[in-house]
Structures are given as C-alpha cells and as structure tokens.
Write a protein that binds this ligand. Structure first.
Ligand SMILES: Cc1cc2nc3c(=O)[nH]c(=O)nc-3n(C[C@H](O)[C@H](O)[C@H](O)COP(=O)(O)OP(=O)(O)OC[C@H]3O[C@@H](n4cnc5c(N)ncnc54)[C@H](O)[C@@H]3O)c2cc1C
Ligand code: SF4
Length: 327
C-alpha cells in the first residue's frame, strides 16, 4: 500500500487555516497526527488532493487549566498525571487509546473526529473492489444491512464518551467565526456512518473545554476490545458524577463503539439522581441502555455480544466510579 501524491499546506494561524479551507472547499482534509487519516489514504479511502496540516497552528497546541488544544498529543496528556487525576474517565480513555506509538502522534481533535469503522470499509482497495465497494467509499450498496441505503459504520473513538460524561464542550472555528457547544453535539445523530459530524464546511475543532464542576468528579471509562494493548473499542462506557453519602446527586453516562455516533442517556441517569444506586436500579439502567443501542455486525465481535456487554460494562463502570479503585 502506498500514499498517492497530495499537496500539503501548512498554515500558522486559525484564521489562515479557515481562509485556506474556504479556498479548497470540498478538496481537502485536515491533517493532525495522521494516525487515522493516513492509513485510510493508504487504503485509497476517500482521498482528497489537498491536506491542510494543523501542526504549525500554535493556538491548537497544549493543555492548561480546563482547556485542551485540538492538537494536544495523547501522549502529552498521558504524561501529565496531575491533569488527568482531575478527570478519571478521561484518564482511563487516554491511556487506552491504541498503543504508545500511536498516542505519541495522535491528537485530541483527531480522536474526536476519527473516521467511523466497518470491516467492509477498513480494507485495501483490491479487497473492497472484489465486493463491488460500498456506500462509504466508491460504491452504492451496504454489505452489512443491504436492504437500507445508509451506512452503519461504528464510531470507535475513546475520548468522546469520556468527555461527554464530563459535560465537556468543544470550541469550533469557521467562516462564520467561533462557537462552542457540548462535545456530543459534534456528532450528527440524524446522520449515519458517512454523514457523521455536524461541522459545517471549512470548520475545524480548536479546543476542548472541561467545565469547572467536572474536576474531581468520580467516574470511569470501561473499554471492551479484543487485544487490550492495541485495538479500537468494540464498546466504551463512560460515567461521571457526584455521590453524596451514597446517593447520586449528579450522573452522566455515555456510550461509544456500538452506534455510528457516541450517545448519552440523560433521561435514564437523571432518574437515578437523589437515589442510592441500588444493585437493582443499576442493573435496570444497564439493561435499558443495552436495549437502546444498535450495534450491527461490522466489527470483530458479534453485535449481540457487544449489546449484552453494554449492561455488564455499565454496571462495572458505576461500581468502580462509586468505589474508586487504585489505578
Ligand atoms: C493501530 C491503530 C490503533 C488505533 N486504536 C485506537 C483506539 O484504540 N482508540 C481510538 O480512539 N483510536 C484509535 N486509533 C485511531 C487514531 O490513532 C486515534 O483516534 C488518534 O487520536 C487520531 O488522531 P490523529 O491526530 O492522528 O488524527 P488524524 O488521523 O490526523 O485525523 C483524523 C480525522 O480527524 C480530522 N481532524 C483532525 N483534527 C481535526 C481538527 N482539529 N478539526 C477538524 N478535523 C480534524 C482529520 O481530517 C481526519 O478526518 C488507532 C489507530 C491505529 C493506526
Ligand atoms: S456499514 Fe455498509 S456502507 Fe457503511 S462502511 Fe460498512 S458496508 Fe460500507
């Protein structure tokens, strides 16, 4: 597999990046660490002739206070134990992304916008050609749910559920200026595995902001994957909240790795507020979340198994959040 030629652009400010994105509309991708995009390019998946590298845009780098720049490397976050200790679900998620080598290049912004995955899509050009391609690249049919004209590729980033459970916001820059909204609103819940995000043309993610109340909340991120030292999540469950005398006074739960976008379940967690989370209540919560998710068989583990594990991982995440275990 090889990389086809592309033209690389290296703007140095957010304004210049937005301007360039406008000029190259529809013909470029942003390049952060490249750990997701470039392997996809090598497989000839939806190539663009231009790449806008974000490496030289100073404003996007670093993390401080409650702000994490989009170009902050996962390894840099991982190395800052004092920062991560304030956000246990984020700490779990960062440490479980891929391998140390991937985390050395992979960024927070790239992780939030990682391409959705499917074993009919993440394949070489020739492999895909032998099946006549699919809706997500070069083709006009879905091999997973052939009756439907939509894509079921799975959102497989680790950070999004953790940041959603922490109620974090994402800062976006684009042709109409800057805006901020919850991380969950980055994902197009009305879309599918192709139309996966709500970013408007030319917009980029500048930073993630954690709310002051998120620091030192209890929480966990529990990840199901085949090879614990390497793989994408087959399921990721994040919880964050506040327990007062055994009662829940605040709780959020987000799930990734089973649908085309990560999801929060506020109506279910709100019902636990002001209650002690008894075994029965937690079991009912896990079972209801499992009933609502829609995994399909397009990743390594069977959809039914992933769905059943949702209930198990919700119980585990809540139990460990309530009684924190040493890292
Ligand atoms: C072997 C392997 C294992 C992996 N395992 C995992 C895993 O377990 N969990 C996991 O979450 N990921 C995993 N990944 C995927 C990937 O490495 C990470 O998600 C990484 O954090 C992506 O960041 P990046 O900076 O390399 O993104 P890139 O590859 O540079 O970009 C990814 C996408 O985001 C867009 N983008 C990047 N930054 C911005 C921005 N600021 N604004 C707008 N668009 C932007 C790019 O255009 C591209 O579409 C794995 C990858 C590999 C190769
Ligand atoms: S879910 Fe269907 S359309 Fe989407 S990537 Fe897989 S095979 Fe292609």
């Amino acid at each position: 597999m090889h990389l086809d030629a592309f033209e690389l652009h290296r703007p140095t400010s957010v304004d210049a990046t937005v301007r360039l994105a406008g000029e190259l509309a529809g013909r470029f991708d942003f390049l952060a660490g490249g750990t997701d995009l470039l392997p996809n390019y090598k497989m000839h998946l939806n190539l663009k002739p231009h790449l806008i590298a974000l490496e030289d845009v100073g404003e996007l780098h670093g993390h401080a206070g409650d702000r994490i720049g989009a170009m902050c490397r996962l390894a840099d976050l991982e190395a800052d134990a004092a920062f991560l200790d304030r956000y246990p679900p984020l700490a779990d998620a960062v440490r479980e992304v891929a391998t140390p080598l991937v985390r050395a290049s992979g960024t927070v912004g790239g992780n939030l916008l990682v391409e959705t995955r499917c074993f009919f899509f993440n394949q070489s050009y020739f492999w895909r050609a032998s099946l006549g391609f699919c809706l997500k690249a070069d083709g006009d049919q879905c091999h997973v749910v052939p009756q439907k004209e939509r894509c079921y590729a799975t959102f497989s980033g680790d950070l999004a559920p953790a940041l959603m459970a922490l109620d974090a916001e994402v800062e976006i820059a684009g042709p109409s200026g800057r805006r901020r909204h919850p991380v969950g609103a980055l994902y197009d819940t009305a879309g599918d595995g192709i139309q996966r995000v709500t970013l408007r043309p030319g917009e980029l993610v500048v930073a993630v902001h954690l709310p002051p109340g998120a620091a030192h909340q209890r929480g966990r991120y529990k990840k199901l994957r085949v090879r614990p030292s390497y793989d994408f999540p087959e399921l990721g469950v994040a919880v964050a909240g506040v327990w007062d005398d055994g009662r829940v006074s605040e709780l959020r739960l987000a799930v990734g790795g089973v649908d085309p976008h990560p999801r929060r379940f506020d109506d279910l967690t709100d019902a636990l507020v002001d209650h002690a989370p008894s075994e029965e209540r937690v079991r009912a919560l896990g079972e209801e979340v499992a009933r609502r998710v829609r995994p399909v068989h397009n990743t390594f583990l069977q959809a039914d198994y992933r769905r059943r594990m949702v209930a198990v991982y919700v119980r585990r995440a809540l139990a460990e959040a309530r009684e924190p275990v040493a890292a």
